[in-house]
Design a protein around this ligand. Structure first.
Ligand code: PEP
Ligand code: MG
Length: 579
């Protein structure tokens, strides 16, 4: 049994069979064989090994001829490994004496050696570990042949285990068969984490290296709330996770009563709770859970997980679907936030060179650099917004000039549509995400020009505290509890108040119930949250008064350290919900 703790990013308990996803998606369908099969399986293993050796020898010959013997030597080392009698004997013993399938026996043995090399901790040995994984893949490819299964065509439920999943890969997960996923890297507010929550797939990220211990097919347990992860559990652990799963189900059941109730404080102040979505179909879930509209539609997911660029009609259809779920309420459509970790395949070559993508050509900067693409999106939004209340929100705006250029693009698109006689909504609201410290500092100037602010705490924290939102190593630095973040939120609220510009918060901070009182206390009256969090957030709002919230914010702001704020807010939430 292996127990680990990572970062729970999407609630729910998953119990199932491990599917390890590497650069190639292998799954070992069967771990054990019957005694009768041993001889035949040994034969299958030897044949696969023979093919692998031939393949490597051919690669060696090609490398020698085409690029030189120095490179051919790489393959000769692989060949020596594939033909090492000690290694072969070890795998065959597992097949013969322990009735392991050849796939499982090869993977187990090779991973054991790879792990040993990795633990020696220098670059040379780390490279050798990579060679061993390569050999493992080759052997599995030959053994599994047609049985190779990719994430796209799963046919049975699995728990996906990977070093990392990109936002595009996560967007493509099949909810029917992926019970949950766990990754070695990743942070609480990474886009992968946000997507897991959107897809309502229980997930734990940032577990650190563990894949060398997994071959696939083992039983895995994970708890997306607590971040607990267990491989090959004993009976006691299994029944503990089963109990957590039941508790989670009954909490969901209890919270269903919130769907019909308004988000109103004890003293009758209405707080608007809107939904954050990545896929159009989530709008309906938000509506079902009683949201007050859509506060953030991350439209870049129209681009991720597909091979071609969406057409104006693709955009239009998606926006209509979202708007139709809330015909009487506000829908805020964020323009493309591509770049950094959200790169569609066809764009990736342009970004290979970026040494620091989070500070590179992303979001509104990228849209302004690709005006045609940007205007296609704007046309679709303006057309879809006819007769309804829609806000266009620009991501990662860092200067007034950027906002003005984006606004200019909207005006030009309206003119074009008018000239073509195509109906559009000329009164859409134009707002910005506040995600860059410079924008907070200039909030008063922005407030004279924008129709609304939405604070994106995921990025704001990343850029203010210099802590990568996707890196578990700096997870503790990426904290919404930091007094600097609370003060920044207050600055934006203040600027909004002076100029009568609504301010909402749409980063993951607002989906975390412990921050709801402090946000209300800081003057926030509208938040936008992950769909699954809507009922829980409403429950907190309905249990607090404005005076209490103001007192919570006052105390939190008076603290010097993030950890003191965090433990205070955790205690306050417990008190609130236990009343
Ligand atoms: C944010 O940065 O807080 C935000 C809501 O935008 P995203 O998570 O999509 O970067
Ligand atoms: Mg952001």
């Amino acid at each position: 049994m292996i127990n680990r703790n990572g970062i729970g990013v999407s609630p729910g308990v998953a119990i199932g069979e491990a599917l390890v996803v590497g650069s190639e998606d292998f799954r070992i369908p069967q771990r054990f064989i019957s005694r009768k099969q041993v001889q035949q399986e040994l034969e299958r293993f030897r044949q696969a090994l023979q093919h692998v050796s031939e393949e490597i020898a051919e690669n060696e010959r090609l490398a020698n001829e085409e690029i030189g013997v120095l490179y051919g030597a790489i393959f000769s080392a692989h060949l020596q490994m594939a033909q090492d009698p000690k290694l072969i004997a070890e795998i065959e013993t597992l097949i013969r004496d322990h009735c392991y399938s050849p796939e499982f026996a090869s993977s187990r043995t090779l991973r054991k050696y790879a792990k040993r090399f990795q633990s020696l901790g220098n670059a040379y040995f780390a490279e050798r570990a990579v060679d061993i994984y390569d050999l493992e893949k080759r052997i599995l490819r030959h053994l599994l042949g047609e049985q190779r299964e990719s994430l796209a065509d799963l046919t049975e439920p699995v728990v996906v285990l990977a070093h990392n999943l990109t936002p595009s890969e996560t967007a493509g997960l099949n909810r029917e068969f992926v019970l949950g996923f766990a990754t070695e890297i990743g942070g609480r507010t990474s886009h992968t984490a946000i997507l897991a929550a959107a897809l309502e797939i229980p997930a734990v990220v940032g577990l650190g290296p563990f894949l060398a211990d997994v071959s696939g097919g083992e039983t895995v347990l994970l708890d997306g709330t607590t971040g607990e992860f267990c491989l090959e559990p004993d009976d006691e652990t299994l029944s503990r996770f089963n109990a957590s799963r039941e508790r989670h189900q009954s909490t969901l059941h209890r919270l269903q009563s919130m769907n019909e109730l308004a988000a109103e404080t004890i003293d009758g102040v209405r707080i608007k709770v809107l939904g954050n979505i990545e896929f159009p179909q989530e709008a309906e879930q938000c509506q079902h859970r009683g949201a007050d509209g859509i506060g953030l539609y991350r439209t870049e997911f129209l681009y991720l997980g597909r091979k071609n660029t969406p057409s104006e009609e693709d955009h239009y259809e998606a926006y209509r679907q979202v708007i139709q779920a809330f015909p009487e309420q506000l829908t805020i459509i964020r323009t493309l936030d591509l770049g950094a970790d959200k790169i569609p395949g066809w764009m990736s070559h342009q970004y290979d060179e970026e040494s620091n993508p989070a500070l590179g050509l992303r979001s509104i900067r990228l849209s302004l650099n690709h005006l045609d693409m940007f205007k296609t999106q704007l046309r679709a939004i303006l057309r879809a917004a006819v007769g309804v209340q829609v806000g266009i929100m620009f991501p990662l705006v860092s200067s007034l000039l950027e906002f003005r250029r984006a606004r200019m693009a909207v005006r030009e698109v309206i003119e074009d549509l008018d000239e073509q006689g195509i109906p559009c909504n000329r009164d859409v609201l134009l707002g910005i995400m506040v995600e860059v410290p410079a924008t907070v500092i200039m909030a008063e100037e922005f407030a004279r020009e924008v129709d609304f602010f939405s604070i994106g705490t995921n990025d704001l924290i990343q850029y203010t505290l210099a802590a990568d939102r996707s890196d578990p190593e700096v997870e503790k630095y990426h904290s919404a509890s930091d007094p600097a973040i609370l003060r920044m939120i207050e600055m934006v609220v203040e600027a909004g108040r002076k100029h009568d510009v609504p301010v909402s918060v749409c980063g993951q901070m607002s989906s975390d119930p412990k921050y709801v009182p402090v946000l209300i206390g800081l003057g926030i009256r509208q938040i936008s949250v992950s769909p699954h969090a809507i009922p829980e957030i409403k429950e907190v709002i309905r249990s607090i008064s404005i005076d209490q919230a103001v007192e919570t914010a006052r105390y939190a702001k008076s603290q010097e350290l993030a950890r003191d704020v965090e433990s205070y807010l955790t205690r306050e939430l417990q008190k609130l919900l236990s009343r």
